[in-house]
Design a protein around this ligand. Sequence first.
Ligand SMILES: CC(C)(COP(=O)(O)OP(=O)(O)OC[C@H]1O[C@@H](n2cnc3c(N)ncnc32)[C@H](O)[C@@H]1OP(=O)(O)O)[C@@H](O)C(=O)NCCC(=O)NCCS
Length: 154
Amino acid sequence: MAAVVFEIREMTAQDYEEVARLWRNTEGIGLDDGTDTREGIAAYLARNPGLSYVARHEGRVVGAVLCGHDGRRGYLHHLAVAQAHRQNGIGRALVEACLVKLGSIGIQKRNIFLFSDNEPGEEFWKHIGWNERGDLKVLQKPTPSGCSGIKSTR
Ligand SMILES: CC(C)(COP(=O)(O)OP(=O)(O)OC[C@H]1O[C@@H](n2cnc3c(N)ncnc32)[C@H](O)[C@@H]1OP(=O)(O)O)[C@@H](O)C(=O)NCCC(=O)NCCS
């Protein structure tokens, strides 16, 4: 079988429409009403320049991943490859591009968040060498809406 040709490019804000369509059509991807908007993704890309990638086949986006860091840890989000283009090395190539870039700026530890019921996704990550941290849980507390600063009554 002939190898599938695809190219990995840095994601730009202009990719939003195609990338959002891919995410919306991909199982296992949970989109957030606030941060996954056009403006939210543009802000994320500006805060984490050159770290997120798209895969294109014949000019069309067939894969995407968001990547950023907080100065200590790198995070990959929303890795997705279109159904028809899976098992061609695109997912692995997108992850590798992120890891190389994170390494080049000194971020050696990288994390992903995975829905607990996403078994195929988990199999993929483990297959490409990622390990589960069974000693950690993710806890979250959203900021109340309208809250923009810290007030102390003491
Ligand atoms: C997970 C996903 C990104 C994989 O993309 P892909 O392009 O098919 O993956 P690749 O072709 O790069 O696969 C790399 C290796 O992992 C293996 N692999 C791919 N999907 C796998 C799976 N579900 N279970 C086990 N192994 C898997 C491939 O066989 C390949 O193995 P090899 O290199 O030893 O031959 C894709 O299936 C997807 O978009 N899933 C839905 C979204 C999702 O769950 N994302 C992850 C959560 S954020």
